[in-house]
Design a protein around this ligand. Structure first.
Ligand SMILES: Cc1cc2nc3c(=O)[nH]c(=O)nc-3n(C[C@H](O)[C@H](O)[C@H](O)COP(=O)(O)OP(=O)(O)OC[C@H]3O[C@@H](n4cnc5c(N)ncnc54)[C@H](O)[C@@H]3O)c2cc1C
Length: 502
């Protein structure tokens, strides 16, 4: 496909719906019941349940921000179908400037959640941009699958949809391939085929944000082996489809109910779900790869989907690190350590890591290259190098902040109720004061920092940064595959063939 053919693909599709507002998003959650299993009960409307309500509102704010007239230019682009605003997240980048614009839009959304909602609606959107841009990969399984993925992308773009994904098999017995598990319906796979579509049974992990999503993309990024054909799928199901059950891990905000004490947990717990498919019907038009090991594998690595999706992930991560540095700096100022040279050295180290992440984010854009079909690929080496380091630098950065703050995050009163008693409040005002601010502000900052670093929510984030893009040994293999070892080898050849010394 040439660049002009790519533009033609993105010019087709249904008319663009009016931009989705937060109220639209919440109404959609209310009006389309789903099956969420939490604490032994079933929740159908996450917008009204205490476990999910506040996170739903945080996502609603993203939609409101994008729909606000003053943000339209940053957050949307004219749909190639009819010129109406569509989310940048669904723009297939044709130029380096387009990539930059997508990155800036992702940063704007990330700032609204302080980088704490990783699977916001712009994440999987990037994957579908990559799939549609390179639909030839899906055509290898039959032209109808390529047509399906392009049409589905166009539908998502026209409706400003939110897609989550479950692309890792459950950790049941990793010593055996999918088809040799004790029961063929443990891993999500096809169990029946009709002229209308297919039926899926089994489980797949770990669909972050799925309780809020319109659709779930089911596939496998784990390598599958011959014999695993029933699991070699790429398809989309509505999160509300009959037979889809979302088993969420513990919603942290149910325990951390005081927003003053847990300002982040109470607002940004995006949830992670094991998805159980119980004989779920999927019409053929929502199937993009079917019983095809090669296409299932190639969709990740022979399209720019993984790069577009993770460009958003890195924009989010760079934002989160900026926030971390802000917290650390404020804490040092409050404790009067800010001017201490050893503390400045530690802050310098933190700033170096954050700047490397930021610089690598931008180099994904500037080093992007076109393939033979005119499709623009962000730099693989830039993306995978920083992702490979992320699982190592993230815990190190958090540890530096712990080191700098000593007991500061724990030397705070037990709860905001302590301020309700005037005598206790007076003593707290006296002893929890800082040289630069009052006790209330100091305590609020320390609570924010603890929620970011030490709470259950904060700890889940450390696991997230380690694993959201796959285990680090896999990411390092991606760097190995993309690095230009020929150029390195040429230098060695040159050194071995230097002219004789006089
Ligand atoms: C908070 C969070 C959110 C997530 N969100 C999503 C999401 O939205 N959608 C989604 O699909 N997935 C998501 N993931 C899942 C993520 O993709 C997987 O956790 C990740 O791919 C790692 O797979 P795994 O958990 O099965 O770990 P495993 O593959 O079991 O790896 C765990 C560890 O085992 C060791 N190991 C295993 N195999 C090997 C090997 N061959 N060689 C060397 N060492 C090995 C390594 O130490 C590795 O770190 C999320 C994960 C987390 C933690």
């Amino acid at each position: 496909m040439t660049a002009s053919a790519l533009a033609a693909v993105s010019r087709s599709g249904p008319a663009t719906a009016p931009l989705r507002t937060g109220a639209d998003f919440l109404a959609d959650l209310r009006n389309t019941p789903r099956t969420i299993i939490v604490d032994g009960r079933t929740v159908s409307d996450p917008s009204s349940d205490p476990a999910f309500r506040e996170a739903a509102r945080s996502i609603a704010r993203l939609y409101d921000f994008a729909a606000a007239p003053e943000n339209l230019e940053t957050m949307t682009y004219p749909s190639p179908v009819d010129g109406l605003p569509a989310l940048r997240a669904y723009q297939i980048p044709e130029t380096h400037d387009d990539l930059r614009a997508k990155r800036i839009a992702a940063e704007k959304w990330a700032e609204l959640t302080f980088g704490l909602m990783g699977r916001s609606p712009d994440h999987v959107a990037g994957f579908f941009c990559g799939f549609a841009a390179k639909s030839s990969v899906f055509a290898a399984g039959g032209q109808q699958y390529a047509d399906n993925v392009v049409r589905f992308y166009e539908h998502l773009r026209a409706t400003h949809a939110y897609v989550a994904y479950a692309i890792v098999p459950p950790q049941i017995d990793r010593s055996k391939p999918a088809h040799q598990q004790a029961d063929p319906t443990l891993y999500a796979g096809v169990v029946k085929e009709t002229t209308e579509g297919i039926y899926i049974s089994g489980a797949q992990q770990l669909a972050t944000g799925a309780v809020f999503a319109d659709y779930i993309h089911l596939s496998s990024i784990h390598p599958l082996r011959p014999g695993d054909e029933n699991y070699a799928l790429s398809l989309a199901v509505p999160a509300t489809a009959k037979g889809v059950r979302l088993y969420v891990r513990k919603p942290f905000n149910l325990q951390a109910t005081d927003a003053g004490e847990y300002p982040l947990t109470t607002r940004f717990d995006e949830t992670d779900s094991m998805v159980v498919f119980d004989n779920v019907f999927v019409p053929w038009e929502h199937v993009f790869a079917y019983k095809n090991l090669e296409v299932t594998f190639n969709q990740w690595w022979k399209t720019p989907a993984h790069l577009y999706g993770n460009l958003q992930a890195q924009a989010r991560y760079a934002t989160k690190l900026r926030f971390l540095l802000g917290i650390a700096k404020r804490m040092n100022e409050i404790t009067g350590n800010d001017a201490t040279p050893p503390v400045q050295v530690m802050m310098g180290e933190l700033a170096a890591y954050a700047s490397i992440v930021d610089g690598m984010l931008k180099s994904q854009e500037t080093m992007a290259t076109y393939d033979e079909e005119g499709v623009l690929w962000p730099s693989k080496t830039s993306l995978y190098s920083v992702m490979a380091l992320q699982s190592e630098i993230n815990p190190k950065m958090v540890d530096i902040v712990r080191e700098m703050t000593g007991a500061g995050m724990l030397t705070i009163p037990s709860s905001s109720k302590d301020f309700d008693n005037p005598e206790i409040a007076a003593e707290i005002e006296r002893y929890y004061v800082s040289g630069v601010t009052n006790a209330q502000d100091r305590i609020a900052l320390m609570r924010l920092a603890w929620d970011f670093i030490g709470s259950e929510f904060g700890n889940r984030h450390q696991q997230y940064e380690k694993f959201y893009g796959g285990a680090s040994f896999l990411v390092k293999m991606n760097v190995f595959r993309s690095f230009d070892f020929n150029r390195s080898g040429a230098l060695v050849d040159k050194a071995l063939n230097l002219p004789p010394v006089e």
